[in-house]
Design a protein around this ligand. Sequence first.
Ligand code: UD1
Ligand code: CA
Length: 430
Amino acid sequence: MSISVVILAAGQGTRMKSSTPKVLHTISGKPMLFHAIDAAQEISTDITVVLYHQAKRIQEEIEAVYQGIQFHIQDAEQFPGTGGAMKGVKTRYERTLILNGDMPLITKSSLEALTAGDAEINMSVIRLENPSGYGRVIIEEGNVHEIVEQKDCTPEQLLVQNVNAGVYAVNSELLERYIPKLNNNNAQAEYYLTDIIKMAVEEERVVHPVFVAEEEFKGVNSKLDLSHAEEIMQTRIRNHWMREGVIMRLPQTIFIDARATFEGECTLENGVSILGASRLKEAHIKANSVVEDAVIEASSVGPMGRVRPDSLLKHTHIGNFVEVKKSTLEGVKAGHLAYLGDATIDSGTNIGAGTITCNYDGKKKYQTKIGKNVFIGSDTQLVAPVTIEDDVLIAAGSTITKDVAKGELAMSRTPMKTIKNFFYRFFGEK
Ligand code: UD1
Ligand code: CA
C-alpha cells in the first residue's frame, strides 16, 4: 500500500451550529472523522490528519483510539483554505490521496477507484441537480480543465452540474511543487487547493475526472446532513449483519452502533438499540430494549430491557423493565422490574420482581454478590456491599443489610396484623 493519505479536518464547520467540532459529531456511534480514518486505513499506512479548530481535542480523541496517525496543524491565520491546509504537510509515498474529514460514508472501493489509473491527478466529481455551494468542474475532451469556486463563477459557470467532491489522488511530487506556489487572489481570499488543477493543466498534465457516488462523497455540513448520513450508514450496518445471519424484525426501527458485533443466530426485534462495542452471540433482544457496551451470550433481554456498559449476560433471561449495569449474570432469571448494578449473580438464581441492588450511598458504589440457586423474593432491597451465598431464600419485601450464609432463609418484614371489621367501622355499613 504505497499511497499516503491526508485528511483535511481543520475547518470550523460553522453550518453545524455546534460547540462540538464538526468532525467529532457521530454517525452510528463513531465520530465522522473516524469513519474517514477507517476507510483511509484500508488503503494506506501513512495517514496525516490536518487540524486547526479545536485541534487539541480532536487529536486527543483520535489518539485514544488509533495508533500511528500523524497530525499537521494548519497555519489557518496566515494560510486559510484547503490549499493552506496542505502547506507544510509531509507525505511518505509517491502518490497522495487527499480526503475530507466530513465524508463518513466513503468506502474502500471508491478510494480504490480514485487511486487507480496513471493520470497524474485523479479528482472526484459528482453530478448534482443542484450544484449550489460547490466548486464547478469544467471538463474538456474528457479531462478536467478547471475548477471554479461558486463565489468565483460567471453566470454560465454557475449552471455547470459537475461539481468537485473535494477528494484527489495526486502525484506527491506535483504537490510539493504546487502547494508553495498557491496564492489567495480570489473572492474568499483563501488558499484554494483546487488551484493545483490549474497549475497541472498549465503544465499540460492529465487531470482525470472520476465520477463518484453522491451518497458517499457529499460532505456532512449540517445536522440535517448528519441525519441523512446516519440513515444511510444504518442501512449499511443492518444489511451487513442480516447477511451475516442476524434476524431483524422491522429493521428500519433498529439502531446498531458501527462497533457492535454479532455471532451465531441473533434476533433483534423492533425498536432495539445496540450501542457501543456490544458483543452479542446467540442473543434474542426483544422489542424496545437498549443494550450498551455489553456482552450477551445465549440470553434474552426484554421487551423493554436495558443492559448498560460493562455487563455480561450468559444463559440468562432478563424481562421487561429490568436494568443491568456493570454486572455479570450467568444462568440467571430476572423476569420483571429490577435494578441490578455492580453485581455478580450465579447460576440457577431467580430474581423476583421489584428487586433492587442499592449499590450507591450517595458517595460510592458497592458490590452485591449472589451465589447459585438463590431465590430472591419480590420487592427485595439488597443494600450493598452484601454477599448472598448459595442456596439462600430471601422472603419477599425484605431489606437485606447483612450477608446471608449458605442454605439460610433471610426475612426482614414488619409483622402483619389484621383488625376485624375495621372497614365497616371506618366507612360505615353499606
Ligand atoms: C471545497 C472545494 C470545492 C468543493 C468542496 C467539496 C476548495 C477551494 N474548494 O470547498 O471545490 O466543491 O470542497 O466539499 O478546495 N479545510 C481545512 N482547512 C481550511 C478549510 C477547509 O482543513 O482552511 C477542510 C475542511 O475541514 C473540510 C475540507 O477542507 O474537511 C473542505 O472544506 P470546506 O470548507 O467544506 O470546502 P470548501 O472550501 O467550501
Ligand atoms: Ca469553505
